[in-house]
Write a new protein. Structure first.
Length: 207
């Protein structure tokens, strides 16, 4: 998983509340278990009409937001089903950070596991950041995870809270597998002892 340290990029304003996971990635695109290739279907029903043509009014179909790395939304982002494809689609599109007043619990957990930073800020601050984002590509927003700050284009620094353990995982690019691999010496030692003490057990190690 790619570490998240400091991100400076274009922020896309999405002034919608209760954006559910079916809006983020419709169910018909959940046939794959690959994490790549889903970005083209992110917000599919909002981005495209029934003929597959882009809806020009949707923010991610406009410059510079086609290259957005930060998304700013309203309350209850990521509600609905627990599909992990939702953060996969966001990440594959290029979104590394979502800022909103609050998130659905399962979606909130899944973002951390996939290297996306969800930041909870009050609605009035989210609205200010949306106003910043509407200024376009010259009004970039910086997210500093180590300092736990969002820096507005005018230089104002806004503090945010994050669980210390989840912060550690993001800073070091550790997903569930990465956390396990940190204990490789202990795992190898345990397996060696098991083989020595129980020589009758078949060797199922994978080379």
């Amino acid at each position: 998983m790619q570490p998240f340290t400091t991100l400076t990029g274009v922020a896309a304003p999405l002034p919608l509340a209760n954006v559910d996971t079916d809006k983020i990635i419709p169910a018909r695109f959940l046939k794959t278990i690959k994490r790549s290739g889903l970005g083209v279907h992110l917000f599919d029903t909002l981005r495209f009409d029934e003929n597959g043509a882009e809806r020009p009014e949707f923010v991610l179909n406009q410059e510079p937001y086609r290259h957005a790395e930060i998304l700013i939304a309203h309350e209850n982002f990521g509600c609905g089903s627990s599909r992990e494809h939702a953060p996969w689609a966001l990440l594959d599109f290029g979104i590394r950070c979502v800022i909103a007043p609050d998130f659905a619990d399962i979606f909130h957990t899944n973002t951390f596991k996939n290297g996306i930073l969800p930041i909870k800020l009050p609605r009035e601050i989210c609205d200010q950041l949306m106003d910043d984002a509407k200024l376009g590509g010259n009004a970039r927003i910086t997210v500093d995870l180590a300092a736990q700050e969002v820096v507005r284009p005018n230089g104002e620094r806004i503090k945010f809270e994050i669980d210390p353990f989840r912060k550690h995982l993001l800073l070091n690019g550790l997903d569930d597998i990465g956390q396990t691999l940190q204990h490789t010496p202990a795992i190898d030692g345990y397996e060696a002892r098991q083989r020595a003490e129980k020589s009758w057990m078949p060797d199922i190690s994978v080379s």
